[in-house]
Design a protein around this ligand. Structure first.
Ligand code: NAG
Ligand code: NAG
Ligand code: NAG
Ligand code: NAG
Ligand code: NAG
Ligand code: NAG
Ligand code: NAG
Length: 486
């Protein structure tokens, strides 16, 4: 594969002193210019960049951005390749479904209650045999008691609510079940999946954030309707978990800081949005000089408001003045800004590809290993499912250099499909082809891969993907070295 050489990136990376094997090969291919990454439109345009107030996307529009419940593979839109290709293996990675806000959200001094009656997460241990193998199902119900004086040190969001912050909401669990059933509607037949989970052909992986396990329970009920028990894989140590990811990569962090906090390319939109910030702060009571990150990006306002709208709750009003509320137009601007930020973090900034490959390379190496095992006939697994976070999907899309970057919404899905073509060989003399689906359709990237290098990862020789991974992430030892060289 011939990658055009972009001198600027080349020189910049060399000066950082990464091992030559990675540094000389990470090439950033800029994304498409759209309203998503056009700052003039983001600040001065109108409307939300998609659906933000319901999990339901009308059939005729399915595939458009829906922050509450992103599009995924399902029977209605799925394109089955020609019968020359046999589906050998799939690996799915998807973001958990919609949830209550994170507990830090209680800094948001407004009072939109969340109710979680009989909807709490379930935690219990289970042994392999004896009475320990038959535990009673234990469900959490979060509570506060005013006799505990420390209760009042948190914001009003906690008081009177029986939700855990965060937990997947009942609607989010329903979305996860539908997601599982939709995957079954396509892959059940193509992969010959039984209605019962067979642990020798199917694996599911979660992170140590419990909300991914909450999604797993609902998803699996849709995927394998006759099973009531599953084992979930977890790389439980923060030192090496590649899915969330939590492994340490100091050089990724310093690259990220260079092109965000330390760069006017990044800070210009924050400065330009000063008036909007003032209006939002007036409602929330957050100090202009806060230290909790409300003013270093739009993340917190975006997430806090979209969680409410996705659950049909109204936009917040000030606790001191109920006539002072966030308007829909202001929320829409925040939603445009949030997507602009993700496009910048993972695609627009020239160093974003280097950042993504350092930060998420370990997961991609695991994926490549799974694909190789399939090609070498060394694995019986037909389907590997990862439940992850926006912080997982986003750098993966960064590595894949998606043509149009968005903030991966709830339930965002990427599917890697490995096909074997009978008899024929691809241009790299093997029978294996890769199709990558994003939001249920072949992903459009800015990479010089695919038919006539059109960037669509639709039945590309799998070796082209390996070559790109090798050039961009390198080997495992290249990655560890690059993470620790500064
Ligand atoms: C990986 O890339 C390096 C150079 O970056 C090259 O020497 C090596 O042959 C490549 N390995 C594979 C398996 O493609
Ligand atoms: C947005 O519009 C205002 C007022 O018309 C203008 O001053 C500002 O420069 C515009 N911002 C951008 C980024 O174009
Ligand atoms: C960005 O958006 C503005 C406002 O809609 C538009 O006038 C301008 O042409 C756009 N710029 C690009 C490069 O598309
Ligand atoms: C800032 O943007 C310019 C123009 O796109 C680019 O050349 C430069 O590398 C960027 N700087 C950083 C730190 O991303
Ligand atoms: C914020 O509130 C202050 C005090 O009530 C008021 O003077 C100011 O105009 C408000 N600013 C915005 C942008 O709403
Ligand atoms: C409400 O008023 C109190 C007392 O003046 C103040 O401490 C608090 O920050 C205000 N809250 C908001 C959201 O403005
Ligand atoms: C949904 C949600 O809670 N989003 C953010 C709310 O604000 C806190 C910071 O106080 C963030 O940590 C959350 O991610």
């Amino acid at each position: 594969m011939v990658l055009p050489c972009l001198e600027a990136v080349f020189l910049f990376v060399l000066t950082l002193g990464f091992p030559a094997s990675i540094a000389t090969n990470v090439v950033h291919f800029p994304p498409k210019s759209t309203n998503l990454n056009n700052l003039t439109f983001v600040l001065n345009g109108t409307g939300a960049p998609g659906i933000f107030d319901t999990s339901i996307t009308p059939d005729e529009e399915y595939g458009i951005y829906n922050w509450c419940n992103m599009p995924h593979v399902r029977k209605r839109e799925y394109r089955t390749p020609s019968s020359d290709f046999r589906l050998k293996y799939i690996e799915v990675i998807h973001r958990h479904h919609k949830r209550t806000p994170y507990n830090t959200n209680t800094f948001f001094k407004e009072d939109i209650p969340w109710g979680c009656n009989e909807a709490g997460p379930i935690y219990y241990g289970k042994g392999p045999e004896g009475v320990a193998s038959e535990p009673t199902v234990v469900q959490w119900s979060a509570y506060t008691n005013p006799d505990n004086p420390f209760t009042n040190t948190v914001g009003p969001g906690f008081v009177g609510s029986n939700c855990a912050f965060p937990q997947i909401s009942t609607e989010g669990l329903t979305d996860a079940f539908t997601h599982g059933a939709d995957l079954r509607s396509v892959y059940g037949e193509l992969l010959g999946l039984s209605t019962r989970l067979d642990p020798s052909t199917f694996k599911i992986r979660v992170t140590d954030n419990q909300i991914t396990s909450q999604v797993a329970g609902a998803l699996l009920h849709g995927l394998f309707p006759e099973s009531s028990q599953a084992t979930a894989l977890i790389e439980i140590n923060e030192a090496f978990d590649s899915l969330q990811p939590t492994y340490s990569c100091p050089s990724a962090n310093s690259v990220f800081t260079q092109y965000t906090t330390d760069s006017s390319n990044w800070t210009e939109h924050l400065t330009a949005a000063k008036n909007l910030y003032q209006s939002l702060d007036n409602v929330s009571g957050i100090a202009t000089q806060d230290s909790a990150g409300w003013h270093t990006s739009f993340d917190h306002y975006y997430d806090n408001m979209s969680a409410k709208q996705c659950h049909s709750k109204s936009l917040p009003c000030s606790v001191n003045d109920t006539s002072l509320c966030v308007s829909q137009a202001q929320a829409d601007t925040v939603y445009r800004l949030g997507n602009y930020e993700y496009s910048y973090y993972y695609r627009d900034a020239p160093q974003s590809t280097l950042y993504s490959s350092l930060h998420y390379g370990a997961w991609v190496l695991e994926l490549a290993g799974h694909l190789r095992q399939q090609m070498e006939g060394k694995s019986q697994v037909r389907y590997f499912h990862n439940i992850a976070h926006d912080g997982s999907i986003a750098p993966l899309l960064g590595i894949l250099q998606v043509a149009e970057m968005v903030w991966p919404g709830m339930g965002s899905e990427v599917v890697f499909e490995l096909y074997e073509k009978n008899g024929a060989t691809n241009s790299k003399s093997s029978n294996f082809f890769l199709r990558v689906l994003w939001s249920g359709q072949p992903i459009q990237t800015s990479l010089p891969l695919g038919q006539n290098n059109n960037g669509v990862l639709d039945m590309i020789p799998v070796e082209d993907f390996f070559g790109y991974v090798n050039a961009t992430v390198g080997t495992g030892s290249d990655l560890v070295k690059a993470c620790n060289s500064n």
